[in-house]
Design a binder for this molecule. Structure first.
Ligand code: 5GP
Length: 216
């Protein structure tokens, strides 16, 4: 479970997209990492597609899902509700895939509580506040009041950096993306995440024993 968080406008969405596009396929040509598509009560932006960027739901639907235990985590961010539907994540993990989460710190802490060992978290910092403002304005899809609210939230969000396993400064998108790919690769190679190694070791040890026995 690869979690990426950042204040709004630090480049997290572009990094997530690049990771999903460029990540290696498995032997059957399937994507090794899949995106967890959140549900949200926020209004859809013109460029967004329902079911791709988010599942856009009304507040009653959100509350029903929450009350039925269908959400892995949920939070209120910038005055709207956001949550991770449980089922697709569990299905992907059972299928041996990695799952990418673009969620805030409240959601990250909830995932830690239930599955800390499986979570790798990355916090993306903007190079400067001036650049953060530029990026929010360049997006130009949100009203000025929305942008101001996001800058206010950034104040609290920046404090969360110490809760994350890795912290990257997104000065240059390509460099930051390479760093993110390195994190993913290294974390995938961790012994604890590769239970099949035990079988391989058993074969190596058996073969070695045979060779040594013959030499005796
Ligand atoms: P935006 O409205 O810009 O798409 O997202 C606002 C914030 O909500 C971002 O920080 C994003 O990471 C966070 N967010 C999106 N989906 C979820 C979710 O499912 N759970 C939580 N906790 N935060 C989310």
């Amino acid at each position: 479970m690869l979690v990426i968080s950042s204040p709004s406008g630090a480049g997290k969405s572009a990094l997530s997209r690049a990771l999903l596009d460029k990540d290696d396929k498995d032997r059957e040509g399937r994507q090794q990492i899949v995106l967890s598509v959140s549900v949200t009560t926020r209004a859809k932006r013109p460029s967004e597609i329902d079911g791709v960027h988010y599942h856009f739901v009304d507040i009653e639907t959100f509350e029903r899902m929450r009350d039925r235990g269908e959400l892995l985590e949920w939070a209120e961010v910038h005055g709207n509700f956001y949550a991770t539907p449980r089922k697709p994540v569990e299905a992907a993990l059972t299928d041996g895939r990695d799952v990418l989460f673009d969620i805030d710190v409240q959601g990250t802490l909830q995932l830690y509580r239930s599955m800390r060992e499986d979570v790798v978290s990355v916090f993306i910092l903007p190079p400067s506040i001036a650049e953060l403002q530029n990026r929010l304005r360049r997006r130009a899809e949100d009203a000025e009041a929305v942008i101001r609210r996001r800058l206010h939230t950034a104040e609290r969000e920046l404090e969360a950096w110490q809760d994350y396993d890795y912290v990257l400064v997104n000065e240059d998108l390509d460099t930051c993306f390479q760093q993110l790919q390195s994190i993913l690769l290294s974390e995938r190679l961790k012994r604890a995440r590769n239970p099949a190694l035990a079988g391989r070791l058993a074969i190596l040890q058996k073969d070695l024993n045979e060779v040594l026995a013959q030499a005796r």
